[in-house]
Each structure stands twice: as structure tokens, then as C-alpha cells.
Design a binder for this molecule. Structure first.
Ligand code: F3S
Length: 286
């Protein structure tokens, strides 16, 4: 039997950087007593979060929890945070390790600069996603989050009538284009910056091409990870024997008994050791 493992399976550059930052702090502080926190869960993966908690990392869930801290190291995850949260962290004298993905950081500086120049910032993305909340928090008074065509139709810019459009890094490119078209037709002075990260697109394209070639496909990732769910949908369309698993325990190896080729991919928050464990065990049964 042949196993085709996607090269893009697992952590993207930004997530890997953030997870590494936590383990690096744990190593540095292993003999110390400084508490370590992450602002929000560092990734959507129960296994990794549990492991970090076991080693003493606590997750801060909201800005109010910051008010109670008097000391410690706070690690900012790849999604980034608003300017107000950054200021709050600094004011409280906490040590900040900023693991915001550089691609997200870039959007923060774009929206800050452009809003200072008087442009109304439009963020195309999901308003409830922490990355979008963070970007919104750098964008000044005139900022609007738009996630569908209807909202784009209803959009009216602030007094300057100048607009700057950016996107959530994981937004769907075609949907982004459609929304941009609607806003462009309104005839304002609009600058468009496509800030979608290519990591998601590449992972999806590779997953689809592998799924089209194999007899069975395994998608590994947390059940709550939206990018893994999307990967599963894509693979299922291309290969009817597609399995969505969180860890090796969820995989019934007997189901793979009669297949000749198996593809494996994983979401952006799936650690390498889980991917390797699945790959090795699939290999053993044949
Ligand atoms: Fe960064 Fe792109 Fe990952 S923006 S966090 S490298 S999906």
C-alpha cells in the first residue's frame, strides 16, 4: 500500500511560531516561579492545550482576567490582539511575548496607518473571529467588518469617503473578490489590499489533489477547528472514503483493510507528532 502525506499537513508558519514560543518560555522558566499565560488558547487543539496546561500554562479568556494579574508572562497567539489589549498588558507591567503572526501584524500596521490618513477601514472577514477583533482594534473610529454581499451593498463610508479594504488572513479568495467588486461599484476612492494568507489555500489545493488520487483519505484535526472541517469537506467531495479523526484513537484501522492508496492531511492546528503517529500506524497494518 502507498501512503501519500500532504506536505502542507499540520502547523502553518504562524501557528508553529506561536506554539514554539510557549514551549520556549516553559523551558526558560522551568526552574523559576513566573506564571505563564496565553491570551486565548494558543491553537484549536485540545491535545496541545492539555499538554501546556499540564506544564503550568494558563489560558486567559477575556480582558477582565488581565485586571487580576500582577506578574507573569503573557504570550499573544498568532491571531494577534487589539491595540487596547497591548496597552493594557504593558500598563500592568507584565512581560509580553508577542507571537502574533507577522502576516497579521502587517495588517495591524496597514489599518492603523490608513485610518490615520483618513480612510474608512473595511475588514472582510468574520466579525467574531479573534483575528478580526484584533485587526478592528487597530483601525480607529471608522472601521466596518463585512462578511457577505448584503453587508457590502449596505456599506456607507465615514465622512472622508475614502476606503481601505483588507481581509482576514483565512478568508475565501473568491468571496473576497465578490465583496470587493460590490464596494468598488459604489464609486468611492477605494484602496484594496489582499491580505489573505496563501497557507490555507495551498493546504486545501494539495488536500484536494491527493484526495482525487487515493482510495481512502484521512483528515486529522480538532473537531472545533474550522480549517480542518473545511479540509474534510473538500476531501470528502473528492474521495468518498474520507475519515475525520482527532488522534489515532479515532481511526478504525480495519476500515482501511482493502485499499491500496491512502492520503493523509491535517489542519493548521494539528501537531506533527499526531500526524506521524497516524502515518506510522497506517503503515504497520500493511
Ligand atoms: Fe499566519 Fe497564514 Fe498561518 S497568516 S497564522 S501563516 S494561516
Amino acid at each position: 500500500m502507498e501512503i501519500k502525506l500532504a506536505k502542507t499537513a499540520g502547523f502553518c508558519f504562524g501557528v508553529k511560531r506561536a506554539v514554539d514560543a510557549v514551549y520556549k518560555q516553559l523551558e526558560k522558566e522551568k526552574d523559576g516561579h513566573t506564571p505563564i499565560y496565553t491570551y486565548g488558547p494558543i491553537i484549536h487543539n485540545e491535545e496541545v492545550i492539555k499538554d501546556m496546561e499540564k506544564r503550568g500554562v494558563s489560558v486567559l479568556k477575556n480582558p477582565e482576567e488581565l485586571e487580576e494579574l500582577t506578574e507573569g508572562i503573557v504570550i499573544i497567539r498568532s491571531h494577534g490582539v487589539s491595540e487596547a489589549i497591548c496597552e493594557k498588558l504593558n500598563k500592568r507591567g507584565l512581560t509580553v511575548v508577542d507571537a502574533t503572526c507577522p502576516f497579521v501584524k502587517k495588517i495591524h500596521s496597514i489599518v492603523k496607518e490608513e485610518s490615520q490618513k483618513g480612510r474608512h477601514i473595511v475588514i472582510i472577514g468574520n466579525p467574531e473571529h479573534p483575528e478580526v477583533e484584533g485587526i478592528r482594534g487597530w483601525a480607529g473610529e471608522y472601521a466596518t467588518v463585512i462578511q457577505n454581499a448584503q453587508e457590502a451593498e449596505n456599506f456607507i463610508p465615514g465622512p472622508g469617503k475614502k476606503v481601505c479594504i483588507v481581509a482576514q488572513t483565512t478568508f475565501n479568495y473568491n468571496k473576497f473578490q465578490d465583496i470587493v467588486e460590490i464596494i468598488l461599484k459604489k464609486g468611492y476612492d477605494v484602496s484594496v489590499l489582499n491580505t489573505i494568507c496563501s497557507a490555507t489555500k495551498e493546504r486545501q489545493a494539495e488536500a484536494q489533489s491527493i484526495a482525487e488520487e487515493v482510495d481512502a483519505m484521512i483528515v486529522i484535526g480538532d473537531k472545533h477547528s474550522s480549517n480542518t472541517q473545511k479540509l474534510f469537506e473538500i476531501c470528502q467531495k473528492a474521495c468518498k472514503d474520507t475519515y475525520y479523526i482527532q488522534t489515532l484513537d479515532d481511526l478504525d484501522l480495519n476500515q482501511l483493510g482493502s485499499v491500496e492508496t491512502v492520503g493523509i492531511t491535517a489542519g493548521a492546528s494539528t501537531p506533527n507528532n499526531i500526524i506521524e503517529e497516524v502515518q506510522n500506524n497506517v503503515r504497520i497494518i500493511f
